[in-house]
Design a protein around this ligand. Structure first.
Ligand code: HAM
Length: 421
C-alpha cells in the first residue's frame, strides 16, 4: 500500500524560529549578555521545570499566570511539576539552594531561555517565548532600582529600539497594600453588574488586578477608583520618591501610571513596564519579601525581564549575512585546496560555506543565490593547479581571477565597493 504519513505539526503558540529570525535573536542575546556582564551580572542557567509549589508560593496562587496559564503535570512519582512561566522564582530558589545569599551579600545574576504560559497566541504573544532577565540580590537602595533602569535603557539602545516609553508605579509593601486592597474591594461593592466576570472574581481573590483589566466597560467603571499613591506607607512613599529622583538624575524619561500593578504577586515597591512597538517588551520591579518567603535569609531584591520575541519586533538589529562567501567546487577542483582557501577567509571572521557536491556549475551558483551569499569563490581544476581562483560578486558586480594569496585583500576591496554603492 502506498500512503503518505500526515506530517506532525508544532504545538499551537510554540514556534520554530528559523533563520534569519534565529540569527537576529542570537544577535540580540549576545548584545544583552555583553551589556549585562559589563554591569557585573553573572550568568545562571536555570531549569525549565520546577515543583509547581515554587510558582504558587512566589507568583501567587490567584494570579492568572498560576491559576490559568501554567503547564502543570505529574511526574512518574506523582509529584506536581510545572514548566517555568518566568525566571525570577527559579532564580531566587537557585540562589537560596546554592547558598549564595548567606551573609550580607550583593549578587547580580542574569538568565536567558524559554518560558511557558498558556495564553491566547497572537503576534508577540506565544505559549513558549523567551526572556532575558536579571536580578539583583542584597541591595535595599533605590539606586539599585534606578541602575536597573539604566541597564535596560542601554540594552534598548544597543538593540536599536526606538519609540519606547517607561511607565512606573509603586505597588506598596505587605504593610500598606492590604489597606489599598480593602479600599478597592469597597469600591467594587455594588458595581458587580458594571464589570466583567473576570473582574468580579479578581475583586474577591486579587483586587489589584482589576486595575489593568483591558475590558472597555471595566475601564469606564474604574474611572474614579481610588489611586494607590494615597495608601502607600511613609517608607514606600519615600522610597518611591527617591527612586524617581534617581532615574531623573540618570536622564531617563518616564511617566507614572497608577494602574500599573503587574500580574505577579511578589512585588513590593517600585515596578515598571517598558512599552515599544512590540507591546510591553520588558517589565520588572522590587520584590523584598520573596527570598524570605521561599525559605532564604531576609534579602531585598529587584530585577526585570525582557521578552525576546517582543524585543526583536521592536529592534533594528538585522541578521548577519550567513554565509557571506560560497565556495563552489567546479569539475576538476581539489577539495584540499578549496578547504585551505576557505580556512583563510574564515580566519578573517567571514562566514564561508563550502559546496563539494558533484552537480553542475549552474546548480552550484543557483544554490549560492538561494543561500543569499554575497560572493562566490569558484575553484576548478585549472585554479587548483595554478593556485588561484575566481571571485564573483553575486549581486552582478563582476568576477575576477585572483591568486590565493591576494584573495582576502580582493574580497575586502569588493566589500568596500559594495558599501560605497
Ligand atoms: P512579565 O511581565 O510577566 O515579568 O514578563 C516579562 C516580559 O516577558 C514581558 O514584558 C514580555 O515582554 C515577555 N512576555 C511575557 N509573556 C509573554 C508571552 N506570552 N509571549 C511573549 N512574550 C511574553 C516577569 O516575568 C518577571 N519575572 C520580570 C521580573 C524579573 N521581575 C523581577 N525580575
Amino acid at each position: 500500500m502506498n500512503y503518505r504519513m500526515e506530517p506532525i505539526k508544532s504545538v499551537r503558540g510554540v514556534r520554530d524560529i528559523h533563520y534569519p529570525e534565529s540569527e537576529i535573536y542570537s544577535g540580540i542575546e549576545k548584545t544583552c549578555s555583553e551589556i549585562l556582564e559589563a554591569w557585573g551580572y553573572r550568568k545562571i542557567y536555570l531549569p525549565v521545570m520546577e515543583f509547581s509549589e515554587l510558582f504558587k508560593r512566589s507568583i501567587g496562587d490567584e494570579t492568572d499566570i498560576v491559576s490559568k496559564e501554567m503547564y502543570t503535570f505529574s511526574d512518574r512519582k506523582g509529584r506536581s511539576l510545572s514548566l517555568r512561566p518566568e525566571g525570577t522564582a527559579s532564580a531566587v530558589r537557585a540562589m537560596i539552594e546554592g547558598n549564595f545569599l548567606q551573609g550580607r551579600v550583593r549578587e547580580k545574576v542574569y538568565y536567558a531561555g524559554p518560558m511557558f504560559r498558556y495564553e491566547r497566541p497572537q503576534e508577540g504573544r506565544y505559549r513558549q517565548f523567551h526572556q532575558i532577565g536579571c536580578e539583583v540580590f542584597g541591595s535595599s537602595s533605590p539606586a539599585s532600582d534606578a541602575e536597573l533602569a539604566s541597564v535596560a535603557f542601554e540594552l534598548l539602545k544597543a538593540c536599536r529600539v526606538s519609540g519606547y516609553t517607561l511607565k512606573i508605579n509603586s505597588v506598596g509593601c505587605p504593610g500598606c497594600r492590604p489597606f489599598y486592597r480593602d479600599e478597592i474591594q469597597k469600591f467594587l461593592r455594588g458595581r458587580e453588574q458594571e464589570i466583567c466576570a473576570d473582574c468580579r472574581k479578581r475583586g474577591v481573590n486579587n483586587p489589584l488586578r482589576v486595575l489593568d483589566c483591558k475590558n472597555s466597560r471595566c475601564r469606564e467603571a474604574y474611572k474614579d477608583i481610588p489611586s494607590i499613591s494615597k495608601y502607600l506607607c511613609g517608607e514606600c512613599r519615600e522610597y518611591y520618591a527617591r527612586y524617581k529622583t534617581l532615574i531623573v538624575d540618570r536622564g531617563i524619561d518616564f511617566s507614572e501610571d497608577e494602574s500599573l500593578v503587574r500580574g505577579l504577586d511578589y512585588y513590593t515597591g517600585p515596578v515598571f513596564e517598558l512599552e515599544a512597538e512590540g507591546g510591553v517588551i520588558a517589565a520588572g520591579g522590587r520584590y523584598d519579601s520573596l527570598v524570605k518567603e521561599l525559605g532564604g535569609p531576609e534579602t531585598p531584591a529587584c530585577g526585570w525581564a525582557f521578552g525576546l520575541e517582543r524585543l526583536s519586533l521592536s529592534s533594528g538589529i538585522t541578521a548577519r549575512r550567513l554565509p557571506e562567501v560560497y565556495i563552489a567546487l567546479m569539475p576538476g577542483g581539489g577539495v584540499k585546496y578549496a578547504s585551505k582557501v576557505a580556512e583563510r577567509i574564515r580566519a578573517e571572521g567571514i562566514s564561508v560555506e563550502e559546496d563539494y557536491e558533484e552537480v553542475s556549475p549552474k546548480k552550484k551558483l543557483r544554490m549560492a543565490d538561494r543561500k543569499n551569499a554575497a560572493y562566490a569563490v569558484l575553484i576548478g581544476g585549472e585554479e587548483t593547479e595554478g593556485g588561484f581562483l575566481q571571485l564573483r560578486d553575486l549581486s552582478g558586480g563582476g568576477q575576477s581571477r585572483v591568486s590565493e594569496d591576494d584573495l582576502v585583500e580582493e574580497l575586502y576591496k569588493y566589500k568596500e565597493g559594495r558599501e560605497n554603492k
